[in-house]
Design a protein around this ligand. Structure first.
Ligand code: DGJ
Length: 788
């Protein structure tokens, strides 16, 4: 609900559990009174306008008529440079006369029944709030330089999200240079927080980091052209006692896929300022008279119930209000992707053999990865060309048809934003590549970027891709992007526009995606950028899922998926079972653990499944059947993080349905501990009076794992590493210890699931769990009717 105290010009934005209250101060500046727990609406909130009422030394007084008032200690909703606020500003403009001071003063407000769409940028859809208007626009005015700022606030009641975006409108008759324009500025009058964010790099994305705040400015950003794996455009401020289940925290995410900057500044007065937006580094936008510049949306949430509840708010937002309508809640198919199975070394026969095996195993979609076009048999060539590679006799059309004849869906990989120097496209249009003619360009993965700010490039790509999607009748597209920006210069843009290139690139990309997803609403798009180098809310608005990481090692994936879940729901994370040993870290993990990790996300297989042993084939077949049976829970269930792999030898996470009658709990152990202790798992979210059964998913252990203790496990006596041992290892499905616990919800919450002891080197009985290094289980929890 949005409530307005007309006389005091106070605006109260309420979600189900939070309040965001802002007001127009006596100076005309928009200030924040409260963001946090939901407050009852009152006739006025003047008591919340907590300010210094003493003259502060060495400050700049805003204006004589306002006495000692300084902007430095106001909680500003819009922060500019030049009138005495010395914290980092949200906006910086340079005017035609060279001056750079700005001051935005309240002009008017509007309530909107629907959310305002942001021109050229992705944003959340209008929510179906129950009560009154959905969005509030506040118009501010720069009285000297004649600029307007339209700040749009929207509420997503049931998701507990408030979003902000803004437009800068040049109502003057002069050109204005926008040097910095961030989407949101949120000030708090204390700094008791800890900061949580996701840092990373290639094959090591989304590493959860938490640290105290210090005085000064802390900034994460991207200068890579994409949102980047180094710092996801996300911040969380958490009170020191906040953990997954309790305590207060605020989450902030940016709906943008290019260079971003997210900062937290603690002022000398211990105020905390959070800002997110397009990176002002290497950015300038020339705004001509009458033009408007739109800023990407920031989504923010407050939770008093810990980090899990913050994440669930974001997950609801993404699943219900960000991804396109046709993909909201849509079951995502299980895929096999040929990349780690073949890399560039394939022909139609090999691909079809994989597809046939996939069909036998119950996989639903075959995805043809890189190398199907031009003369691309390695990384050096052919990006930009869309004709079929000779190694695919009959081409992709024929392949797609044969795959569909097997009853599988067909998906295809593309990397549209790139060009290889060795390509027909480059020969024809060298000016479409990002480079400067005086300098030889630095290459990333042997390739150059295409100039996405040039409409001709967008038209070319739209035509080529539409043609490809139509002729292959494709069901799914993996949209890759494998290099960061360098040598930024566009032959299309004029001199004054060069410093806006990175943003124009993103706008061009969004335009292309908008056109393609409108023209092909039934194609499921998955975004990828060398894994998670562009995992952000902007891409998810067009492509409802993302390739989480090029690292498919189960152990590494635990942390990557755990971290990613801070902001992004399971339905957005693609997770594949890959070969053994892992191609990224050369680690051996069992086929069951590889599945148990990948199952919490959009499941796929990325290994040569034609080479699976009979043991592995049987295990995979059962895994797929299990995944299908629980797909909606695994993709859309309420997700809880229980034990962090960043701090523990074990990791726990779970998904649960709406009425808490069914859940799946993922249990993972990095290293076997000697003589390990008793373990019980407490789950606070079950219904106290319901009676639950907890069963482990039946899974199998390769008897090779037991070495010469194999005879402890088998009724027959065999020789360690003998022929029979090898034969049995490949065929014999040795089931892990069966577990069955039954107890009430309040017992599981207060005491925990009393797990059977782990193997400690003394005996192997039916009562002992052998988990081992990189071992795991999935526990199925379901409510039993008491009389059952
Ligand atoms: C990078 C991706 O992340 C991989 O999954 C694969 O598609 C390769 N590119 C193909 O070049």
């Amino acid at each position: 609900m949005i409530l307005v105290n007309q006389d005091a010009l106070e605006f109260h934005l309420q979600t189900n559990d939070s309040s965001y209250i802002i007001k127009v101060a006596e100076t005309g500046h928009l200030i924040n009174l409260h963001y946090g727990n939901k407050l009852k609406h009152r006739e006025h909130f003047s008591t919340l306008d907590h300010r210094f009422n003493v003259k502060l030394g060495s400050t700049t007084n805003y204006a004589p008529e306002h006495g000692n008032l300084t902007l430095e200690t106001l909680k500003l909703e819009t922060a500019c440079y030049g009138k005495g606020d010395y914290r980092d500003p949200q906006f910086q403009f340079e005017y035609a006369d060279g001056s750079r001071t700005s001051d935005f003063i309240y002009k008017s407000y509007k309530l909107n029944s629907k959310k305002i769409k942001i021109d050229g940028l992705p944003s959340c859809h209008s929510p179906d709030n129950k009560n009154g208007p959905t969005s509030l626009t506040i118009i501010l005015h720069e009285p000297v330089k004649n600029l307007e700022l339209h700040i749009h606030y929207s509420i997503f009641e049931s998701a507990n999200i408030i979003s902000r975006s803004a437009e800068v409108i040049n109502t003057s008759s002069d050109i204005v240079n926008i040097e910095k324009a961030l989407s949101a500025c949120i000030d708090f009058s204390h700094s008791d927080f800890e900061l949580i964010h996701l840092e990373g790099k290639w094959t090591k994305e989304a590493q959860l980091t938490r640290h105290a705040l210090n005085k000064g400015n802390f900034q994460i950003d991207s200068k890579k052209g994409v949102s980047g794996a180094n710092h996801n455009p996300f911040l969380c401020l958490a009170m020191p006692d906040c953990d997954e289940f309790k305590g207060e925290c605020y989450g902030f995410g940016l709906v943008y896929s290019g260079n971003h900057q997210c900062s937290v500044e603690v002022s000398p007065y211990d105020y905390t300022r959070v800002m997110l937006g397009i990176n002002s580094f290497d950015f300038r936008w020339v705004l001509s008279p009458k033009e408007t510049f739109s800023l990407p949306e920031v989504v923010m949430t407050f939770s008093s119930g810990g980090l899990n509840s913050m994440s669930r708010n974001f997950h609801t937002l993404v699943n219900r209000h960000l991804v396109q309508a046709q993909w909201q809640g849509a079951p995502r198919p299980i895929q096999v992707n040929n990349w780690e199975a073949t890399y560039f070394d394939f022909d139609a026969k090999k691909l079809l053999s994989i597809a046939k095996k996939a069909q036998e195993l119950g996989i639903e979609m075959f995805v043809l990865d890189d190398g199907w076009f031009g003369k691309r048999d390695d990384e050096t060539t052919s990006l930009g060309d869309y004709f079929d590679n000779k190694k695919l006799r009959g081409g992709v059309e024929k392949l797609s048809k044969r795959i569909k004849d097997l009853g599988l869906k067909f998906g295809i990989w593309v990397e549209p934003e790139m060009v290889s120097i060795d390509s027909q496209l480059y020969k024809k249009h060298p000016d479409w590549a990002i480079q400067h003619s005086d300098r030889s360009p630095s290459l990333g993965r042997e390739q150059l970027l295409l100039d996405m700010s040039n409409p001709e490039v967008i038209d070319y790509l739209y035509e080529q891709l539409s043609n490809l999607f139509t002729r292959t009748n494709t069901d799914y597209v993996k949209w890759d992007h494998n290099r960061n920006f360098s040598d930024i210069y566009s032959a299309f843009l004029d001199k004054s526009q060069q410093a806006s290139f990175s943003h124009r690139y993103v706008l061009g990309l969004y335009l292309l995606l908008e056109k393609l997803t409108n023209a092909f609403p039934n194609i499921l798009f998955e975004s990828c950028s060398s894994g998670g180098n562009r995992f952000d809310l902007g891409m998810l608005a067009y492509m409802p899922q993302t390739w989480t990481s090029d690292n498919t090692d189960a152990l590494e994936r635990m942390s990557i998926q755990y971290g990613t879940s801070l902001l992004y729901p399971l339905s957005t994370m693609s997770a594949h079972v890959s070969g053994r040993p892992s191609h990224q870290v050369l680690r051996n993990t069992s086929i069951e653990t590889r599945f148990n990790v990948a199952a919490f996300g959009n499941l796929g297989f990325q290994l040569d499944i034609t080479q699976l042993t009979p043991f592995e084939s049987k295990a995979v077949k059962q895994q797929i059947a299990f995944y299908k049976q629980h797909r909606s829970l695994l993709q859309y269930g309420e997700f809880y993080r229980l034990k962090s792999p960043f701090e523990n030898n074990q990791m726990l996470w779970m998904v649960i349905n709406d009425d808490n009658s069914e859940a799946l709990l993922g249990y993972y152990q990095k290293q076997q501990q000697s003589n390990s202790n008793l373990e019980s798992i407490r789950l606070p979210m079950l219904n106290a009076n319901d009676y639950y059964q907890v069963l482990n998913r039946p899974q199998y252990v390769n008897i090779r794992q037991f070495g010469d203790l194999v005879n402890e496990q088998l009724p027959v006596s065999i020789k360690d590493r003998g022929v029979l041992h090898g034969l049995l290892a490949n065929h014999y499905m040795h089931e892990v210890t069966k577990e069955n616990y039954e107890l009430y919800g309040d017992q599981i919450s207060a005491f925990g699931i009393p797990l059977k002891s782990q193997f400690v080197g003394t005996e192997m009985t039916d009562e002992v769990r052998f988990i081992g290094d990189c071992g795991s289980r999935i526990y199925q929890i379901r409510k039993l009717e008491i009389n059952q």
